[in-house]
Design a protein around this ligand. Structure first.
Ligand code: GDP
Length: 195
């Protein structure tokens, strides 16, 4: 695990609010309700760590967590909310673009995909943005406990095919269930291994 506890640091609404770029940084992105908070909580071994990022007012912030003294874990707001006003969406997209293009220490983005649904249009948009920003991304399938093994194989194949057109895609896909603890140690090892 990380050498030290994982703590909420701050929510960031503008580029000048980013903490010093002095650690290995990974970020988590995904559609609203994909299971991002549950995954971050499972990953960090804390029950309610990512709850802060789901409280109203926090949902459009880039939420920073410190993991030991070596890593930042960054929780990006969930996307795909049809209800969000256009002005809010535009402001958020501008911040996201600036962050992805400008954060030198960002090593990898984990993009969460619900194993029941596969890659949707809103996901494709962020994958294209990651390509353009040259940020390596790795797909993390969530809620694997809700999908039968045969269906998992089919969905994974679909995702692999979809990744072929994304130059920034990391080839390995991580299958997880926060509920059952599946894939969590793998994901933790991937992050902790980034020195
Ligand atoms: P977020 O909006 O992406 O942060 O999603 P949450 O972590 O709040 O999860 C959304 C819903 O999916 C909640 O009802 C969770 O209990 C459920 N959920 C999250 N992860 C899993 C999982 O691994 N398995 C199952 N069965 N449900 C999950």
């Amino acid at each position: 695990l990380f050498a030290g506890p994982v703590e909420f640091l701050k929510g960031v609404v503008a580029m000048d609010g980013l903490p010093p770029a002095d650690r290995v940084e990974v970020c988590f992105a995904g559609r609203s309700n994909v299971g991002k908070s549950s995954l971050i909580n499972a990953l960090t071994g804390r029950k309610s760590l990512a709850r802060a990022s789901n409280t109203p007012g926090r949902t459009q912030e880039i939420n920073y967590f410190t993991a030991g003294d070596s890593h930042y874990i960054v929780d990006l707001p969930g996307y795909g909310y049809a209800e969000a006003p256009p002005a809010v969406v535009a402001r958020w997209q501008a911040l996201l673009r600036a962050y992805l293009a400008g954060r030198q220490t960002l090593r990898r983005a984990f993009v969460l995909i619900d194993m029941r649904h596969g890659i949707k249009k809103a996901d494709e948009e962020i994958l294209s943005l990651l390509d353009k920003s040259a940020v390596t991304f790795q797909i993390v399938m969530t809620k694997a406990d809700k999908v039968k093994a045969a269906d998992q194989a089919r969905i994974l194949e679909q995702v692999r095919v979809a990744l072929q057109k994304h130059p920034a895609a990391y080839p390995e896909i991580v299958v997880t269930s926060s509920e059952k603890g599946i894939g969590i140690p793998t994901l933790r090892a991937i992050i902790a291994g980034m020195a």
